[in-house]
Write a protein that binds this ligand. Structure first.
Ligand SMILES: *Cc1c(COP(=O)(O)O)cnc(C)c1O
Length: 466
């Protein structure tokens, strides 16, 4: 029987395309054949990680601190990716790590990060976590009055190093942090606790990615430090948390997407509101966002934040997660089947949307997957007969759930994908690849492959992350 798939699927009148920013390094890696080799050897989906990108992002944050003359420290927010290699890079570079569970703390220590270089965040930390953190000399961001009481009751023989986490006045519905009255009482408790506690300052972590509110609240925290010092507390540092945006896609494509996207662009006419999406384009991102925070004048008046920090002798701590992982990894799936629907196709891959977490927040990871055709093989059925030209398709997972789609959007692929081709979801290291992974259906978790010297032709080296 002749091959019957339709050769010219009509495109929606205005296919929306959202490619990730060009990346010559990963282009060279993709052209090298390594990913096909790994897909064959690992026989399933996998993620690749580029630690050199993490190093460069970390260096950029440090340069922003140095250029503004601010004494500061970067703590990598580990929850953004479970891989060990990034923690190893922190240990190597003398950077800190932000952990929020005993497992994360153990992993950081086990990969060489010193206890005193950890900051422990998260709500209502378990007694075991608090005990280990105090013994290790880690900095603990206290989130609630009862947590402070539990810390003081531990009796480990060592002072607990703490920050008091501030409930953001402009995000009063947040479940995190201490309000004004609770901060007041906590400060008096610390002053009365003598050597059992070392109150080193204050912290916050804001939702959203604007730089202005971060500078404003940082300014308030400096004032809080000055007040705390008058009670005899050290209060010489503040943490402004994470939330440094990542810029994934081009401004024009993003604007067009936000104004034009409608249910017809998605499988099943699914509806997404523009506000459901991460802001995939951000004009100020990463270390530049830190520069903007440091240059802003808290409250809109007086000296810039950098100057205020210097004047007050306050050290600036930051906890970027996503921004340190920018372009430091991608997720690779193998095409397992392709079928046609009216006007578009459904590509099914050998993994699930649990390896692309955005789906689990009623949203969609929009930087679109790149199609890497399988190396030409003369005996492949249908070889050479495929249509060229865009082929719009959504991407489904290999599970029995109707809602298991990695991409609901009808992505305009350059050609009809074929079984054995690879789909590479770009720039997925920050939160996408593993935060929601599960061995659902007895499917193995996609392994992580660390690639060193990725653009170096056959000179690249790879190993599994352990
Ligand atoms: C999640 C988190 C971060 C990291 O946020 P990013 O948006 O990834 O930079 C930092 N600090 C705290 C307390 C967090 O909960």
């Amino acid at each position: 029987m002749a091959l019957t798939h339709p050769v010219a699927l009509p495109l929606p009148a205005d296919p929306l395309t959202l490619p990730a920013h060009p990346d010559p390094l990963t282009d060279r890696l993709h052209a090298s054949g390594l990913l096909h080799e790994l897909a064959h050897g690992l026989d399933g989906p996998f993620h690749y990680l580029l630690p050199e990108r993490f190093d460069a992002n970390l260096a950029a944050f440090r340069a922003a601190l140095a250029d503004s003359g601010v004494d500061g420290r970067v703590y990598y927010a580990k929850k953004a990716n479970k891989a060990s290699v990034f923690v190893e890079r922190c240990a190597e570079a003398g950077a800190g790590v932000d952990v929020a569970s005993l497992g994360e703390l153990r992993d950081a220590l086990g990969h060489g990060v010193r206890g005193e270089d950890l900051v422990v965040t998260g709500p209502a930390k378990s007694e075991q976590l608090l005990r280990v953190a105090v013994r290790q000399g880690s900095l603990i961001a206290v989130d609630a009055p009862d947590e402070l009481d539990r810390l003081l009751g531990l009796d480990t023989g060592r002072p607990a190093r703490i920050l008091l986490r501030r409930l953001p006045p402009n995000q009063p519905r947040s479940r995190f942090g201490l309000d004004d009255a609770q901060l007041d009482r906590a400060l008096r408790t610390c002053a009365d606790a003598g050597g059992r506690v070392r109150m080193e300052g204050f912290s916050f972590h804001l939702s959203g990615y604007d730089t202005r509110p971060r500078a404003d609240l940082a300014g308030e925290l400096i004032e809080l430090c000055l007040g705390a010092r008058s009670l005899g507390l050290p209060a010489d540092r503040i943490s402004i948390g994470g939330g440094f945006a990542v810029d994934y896609v081009d401004a024009a494509a993003w604007d067009t997407f936000l104004t034009e996207q409608r249910p017809g662009h998605y499988h099943g006419d699914k509806t997404f509101a523009a506000g459901d999406f991460y802001p995939y384009h951000s004009p100020v991102a990463g270390a530049d966002a830190l520069r903007a925070v440091l240059a802003a004048r808290p409250g809109g008046t007086g000296p810039a934040l950098a100057e205020r920090l210097r004047q007050a002798g306050v050290t600036l701590l930051l906890e970027p997660g996503r921004a340190l992982l920018d372009r430091a990894g991608s997720s690779v799936f193998r095409v397992q089947g392709v079928k046609d629907r009216a006007g578009y196709g459904i590509v099914t891959v050998d993994g699930t949307s649990l390896s692309l977490s955005e789906q689990w927040f009623n949203s969609e990871y929009l930087p679109e997957p790149q199609l890497l055709p399988a190396p030409a093989s003369g005996s492949a059925p249908g070889a050479g007969t495929e249509t060229a030209g865009p082929y719009p398709a959504c991407v489904g997972g290999a599970s029995c759930l109707d809602s298991d789609l990695l991409t609901w959007r009808k992505v305009p692929f350059p050609a009809r994908p074929r079984v054995g081709d690879l789909l590479v979801y770009p720039n997925s290291a920050g939160y996408q690849m593993d935060s929601n992974e599960s061995p659902f259906h007895e499917l193995p978790l996609p392994p992580k492959v660390v690639v060193d010297r990725p653009g170096d032709g056959a000179g690249h080296r790879w190993r599994l992350d352990r």
